[in-house]
Design a binder for this molecule. Structure first.
Ligand SMILES: *Cc1c(COP(=O)(O)O)cnc(C)c1O
Length: 374
């Protein structure tokens, strides 16, 4: 039996009638850019997150870029972000005009902490960008406190974590949603994310009225009125077809997250006690939505090749830390500088975790892993 890393077709089959209707509705309306579909999706997701402003845009990358550009960086202003994340986090920081400053990550969660962030803090730090990697939130309470004490803003990269929650990051004991816990949060609806569009799409959430207004302008060339430009923005609009697809899928998101969580639980049972691998950890007070189920593996590349021979699909997110990327060589990153990020790049392996995976295929995956180490 072969096990694909991801199979988006099953989800489409389950919702085919609703999704086809949604697409047909947009085509019949002949309104393809922003408009009522986008307004309705923005409203639905703002309510889901519990924030006043949700602003759709062209991609998750732009959902990071627009709020950063809205801050009007001065030369040498710095943004702290993890060295272990998808490239887009750093690309957005750079393209907005900030200097990226990479920090290390926690070995248990692959996320930044107040400790790893403050280790690289400088008087030029204006923003920190915690990434809620793989579906679990970075510790927002301590990060918000650190930023508030030192006069910086927090932009959450929640591209992989729509629906994740954390206790105590807001008022005592209340639960906050990923992307609604800092000053602004960025989401991606790339097809492989937990809420996937049928193309590129993204969204920024914020409770800050003024920031929201600036982002709304920036996504349509810097002015809300046609042909009146208060600033130089760009074209980064969410299109109506994507909004219609996303609005159809959103009510199912929590059910899918629960199924991912059950799959994770089953892997924990099937793989625990096996020498050679370390299973992902969920910290207390977190709901993990498992966009990825990522283990650490000894001889990772050999294990991956073995699994491929057994027709089991896997992913390596991410093989190269950002401070060692060629494009950032002028920033002076050195091997050995951020040891946990570097070690993660050598050890991580993501296993199939999509909601419809099923017990039988998980057994195939687990047996193939056991066979490799035993
Ligand atoms: C997917 C992703 C992005 C970028 O989203 P796109 O929609 O692909 O532009 C940014 N950050 C992280 C952590 C991601 O996983």
């Amino acid at each position: 039996m072969s096990v694909p890393f991801l199979d988006l077709g099953v989800q489409y089959e389950a919702l085919r009638a609703e999704l086809d209707d949604a697409v047909a509705r947009v085509v019949e309306s002949q309104r393809f850019i922003l408009g009522a579909e986008v307004d309705a999706f923005e409203e639905a997701i703002a309510a889901y997150l519990g924030v006043p402003h949700a602003i759709g845009c062209a991609s998750g990358t732009d959902a990071l870029l627009l709020p950063l550009r809205a801050l009007d960086p001065r030369p040498d202003d710095e943004v702290i972000l993890p060295a272990f994340t998808f490239f887009a986090t750093a690309g957005a920081v750079w393209n907005a005009g900030f200097r990226p400053v990479f920090c290390d990550v926690d070995s248990a969660t692959f996320n930044v902490t107040a400790g790893t962030v403050s280790a690289v803090w400088s008087e030029r730090t204006r923003v920190i960008v915690p990434v809620h990697l793989f579906g679990q939130m970075a510790p927002m309470q301590e990060l918000n406190e650190l930023a508030r004490d030192r006069g910086a803003l927090v932009l959450e990269d929640a591209a992989q974590s729509l629906g994740a929650r954390q206790r105590g990051a807001g008022d005592e004991g209340t639960w906050v949603m990923a992307g609604a816990a800092g000053d602004a949060g960025a989401f991606s609806f790339f097809p492989t994310k937990n809420l996937g569009a049928y193309g590129d799409a993204g969204l920024t959430a914020t409770s800050d009225d003024e920031l929201a207004e600036r982002i709304r302008k920036l996504r349509v060339h810097g002015g809300r009125q046609m042909y009146r430009h208060e600033m130089v923005g760009t074209n980064s609009r969410l299109d109506a077809l994507q909004a219609a697809v996303l609005r159809t899928k959103l009510p199912h998101l929590d059910t899918w997250a629960t199924a991912r969580g059950e799959n994770a639980c089953r892997y924990h049972g099937l793989l625990s006690g096996l020498d050679g691998i370390v299973l992902p950890e969920t910290l207390d007070g977190n709901v993990h939505v498992y966009n990825q189920y990522t283990i650490r593996a000894e001889r990772r590349d050999d294990l991956r090749a073995h699994l491929e021979r057994r027709n089991v699909g896997t992913g390596v997110y991410y093989p190269v830390p950002l401070h060692l990327q060629e494009c950032f060589s002028e920033l002076g990153g050195k091997r050995g500088q951020l040891p946990e990020a570097e070690r993660a790049c050598e050890e991580v392996l993501s296993l199939p975790i999509f909601p419809e995976l099923g017990e039988e295929r998980q057994q195939v995956v687990s047996e193939a892993i056991r066979e490799f180490y035993e």
